[in-house]
Design a protein around this ligand. Structure first.
Ligand code: ADP
Length: 635
């Protein structure tokens, strides 16, 4: 070590962050059968580093020094049993190295890691979704060395990092004239095959052909003579999205996706488009197969990779797609934006707004196409991301109808024990009789509660289909949708039901008006101000009582959401509907003892609340009343 390098910082050994140790351990174990992906990950990082340098050099050309031809070099050395990946990209400072190669910065990582099961196949998939990046080197290497220097720092500010992946790493300052990073893998005995030149070449063609920088290797067969090239490009080295669609193989699209999305799994579908004319841009959007572990984390990175005239500008540009499409990954390359564009500027740019609405339509069209052509894949998408898409009608009213067509629901028409949300609103409309002029739905806390709700009794009897909604945001969603294809959506709990004009058969048992007035009046007197109304039901056939909502009352799901977020609840009273045909209601009508009449009426009311998933204001009183009635029975 020279005096200068000692100045740059002596050797220092540090422990990995606990999450890194855990990830390394799990990864080596579960990705063993996929281990060749390490090369793709390292080349992908090298390409990102070159992108970043090119971006920073827009404002500071001196960073390029004399070395302007950005490239990635891969060298295999079978004798030493090593493979190395070098780039002349942005490089890392000592602080960068300690931070980037010693910790994982994503929030929620610890929870994610502890959720892994120990099942090799399943964990491999999950870890793949998490993205393993640099650490994948340890799947094949027993020791990894990194030599790097941050662009713009002097040669004596180079850094050497070494680790055996067991829990610690050592960093020290070195002299490094060349900018950028070299990663050297000392291969494990059972992974020496990766030190073969041909193996490396094949893997790069397979996984990294789309990388926009040349990936250089020594020529396969050294040519004779003085002008024989010292190295040759192994890949096509053209940004994939700039090539015509017809010339790109599916495999290339798939590999490119893995590079930009850090995902191991194939996407479900993609859409590649070039727009020319007033605005010029190219977009390549992908739909991932599975949600990332931090889909519900508000701060999780989202958005597309932004390029301007092929120069990488930023990751996670959020301005190009709405929040409810945050699962879409991809690249946008604009011909119109300035190379100096920043996140702040993107927010005010009219070009960006126009691109955002066009990309939103593209993404929705891509989903429609998948739904139409590959319903099984669409179902997979829906199961993973449906709840995110449900945010759409509220966030983006302009596209409400398009989004509504993409929603899927469980319904009473598919008689399943467990929830299968796979019916579209168009399916419902296609099945309903021509004279039924509403789409009926019920919301509840769970699928089981929705399915067995007393509110569905009359619908079953009349053979009318009802959507079964049990997602906490469904009531809110339905409020924003309002209708589909001109047919209003109707909560079965709301108002008085009117089946007139619908194909439902006349109901011979329906009570004649006025027949139960005396009983209803007695119940009203008992409850007084606590209820908005008491009336004979047209909803129930088997149950004794249920609660109905006023036309504009807030439903139970919304009340729960408001209560959970500490907002004041609007004061609305329920309507109690009783079924005069029910034996308990006949008992009630015949009851002369006022105390027993009161107990029975209260129990009916509380039962109706329970069936609606509400909480009783005074559960102990309910139990006491019920017990009094049960004891009377025995007497
Ligand atoms: P990711 O690439 O998903 O961020 P990695 O674990 O692969 O995760 O890398 C962690 C970080 O290390 C990167 O974000 C980057 O900052 C840094 N890094 C890795 N490889 C290189 C490289 N070749 N040049 C510069 N920085 C790198």
């Amino acid at each position: 070590m020279t005096a200068e390098t000692a100045q740059a910082g002596g050797a220092e050994t540090r422990g990995f962050q606990a999450e890194v140790k855990q990830l390394l351990h799990l990864m080596i174990h579960s990705l063993y059968s996929n281990r060749e992906i390490f090369l793709r990950e390292l080349v992908s990082n090298a390409s990102d580093a070159a992108d970043k340098l090119r971006f920073e050099a827009i404002g500071n050309p001196a960073l390029l020094e004399q070395d302007t031809a950005l490239a990635i070099r891969v060298a295999c050395d079978p004798e030493a049993g090593t493979v190395s990946v070098s780039d002349n990209g942005i490089g890392m400072s000592r602080d960068d190295v300690v931070q980037q190669l010693g910790t994982i910065a994503r929030s929620g990582t610890a929870e994610f890691l502890s959720s892994l099961s120990g099942d090799q196949q399943q964990d491999a998939r999950l870890i793949g979704q998490f993205g393993v990046g640099f650490y994948s080197a340890f799947i094949v290497a027993h020791r990894v060395e990194v030599y790097t220097r941050r662009a713009g720092l002097p040669a004596d500010q180079g850094v050497h990092w070494v680790s055996d992946g067991e829990g610690e790493f050592t960093v020290s300052g070195i002299e490094r004239p060349e900018r950028g990073t070299t990663v050297v893998l000392h291969l494990r005995d059972d992974a020496k095959e990766f030190a073969e030149d041909l193996r490396g070449r094949t893997l790069i063609r397979k996984y990294s052909d789309h990388i926009a920088f040349p990936v250089l290797m020594p020529p396969a067969a050294p040519a004779e003579g003085d002008d024989a090239p010292a190295e040759e490009a192994v890949n096509t080295a053209r940004a994939l999205w700039t090539r015509p669609r017809t010339e790109i193989q599916d495999d290339e699209y798939l590999e490119f996706y893995k590079h930009i999305a850090h995902d191991f799994e194939d996407p479900l579908i993609w859409s590649h488009n070039r727009v020319e004319g007033k605005r010029e841009y190219t977009s390549l959007l992908y739909l991932p197969a599975r949600p990332p572990f931090d889909l519900w984390n508000r701060d999780a990175p989202r958005g597309v990779k932004l390029y301007v005239q092929r120069v990488f500008i930023m990751d996670d540009a959020e301005q190009f797609l709405p929040l409810y499409l945050r699962f879409i990954r991809g690249v946008v390359d604009s011909g119109d934006l300035s190379l100096n564009v920043s996140r702040e500027l993107l927010q005010q740019d009219a070009n960006v707004d126009a691109m955002r609405s066009a990309l939103t339509k593209r993404a929705l069209d891509m989903l429609s196409k998948l739904a139409k052509n590959e319903p099984e894949k669409y179902q997979q998408f829906w199961d993973g991301f449906g709840r995110v898409l449900k945010e759409g009608p509220a966030e983006d009213p302009d596209n409400r109808d398009k989004i509504a067509g993409l929603l899927r629901f469980a319904t009473t028409a598919t008689d399943t024990e467990t929830e299968t949300a796979e019916q579209s609103l168009a399916d419902y409309i296609g099945r309903k009789p021509a004279d039924q002029d509403q789409i009926y739905y019920i919301t509840a806390d769970s699928f089981a509660a929705a399915k067995s709700s007393p509110h569905l009794e009359v619908f079953r009897k009349k053979g009318i289909e009802v959507l079964l909604l049990s997602d906490p945001i469904d009531e809110w969603l339905m409020g924003h949708l309002g209708e589909y294809d001109g047919v209003p959506l109707r909560d079965v709990r709301r108002g008085k039901l009117a089946f007139d004009g619908e194909s439902a058969k006349e109901d011979a048992e329906a009570p004649a008006p006025g027949e139960h007035d005396a009983l209803l009046e007695r119940i009203r007197t008992h409850f007084g101000e606590r209820l908005a109304e008491v009336r004979a039901t047209d909803r129930l056939t088997e149950s004794a009582a249920c609660l109905a909502l006023g036309e504009y009352d807030m439903g139970e799901q919304m009340r729960k959401i408001m209560a959970a977020t500490g907002q004041p609840l609007p004061d609305s009273k329920p309507v109690l509907e009783i079924n005069p045909g029910h034996a308990l209601v006949s008992r009630l009508a015949a009851e002369t003892d006022e105390q027993r009449f009161g107990d029975l009426a209260e129990v009916l009311f509380d039962q109706a609340q329970l069936a609606d998933g509400r909480q009783l204001a005074d559960p102990a009183a309910f139990v006491q009343r019920l017990n009094r009635l049960l004891l009377d029975l025995g007497a």
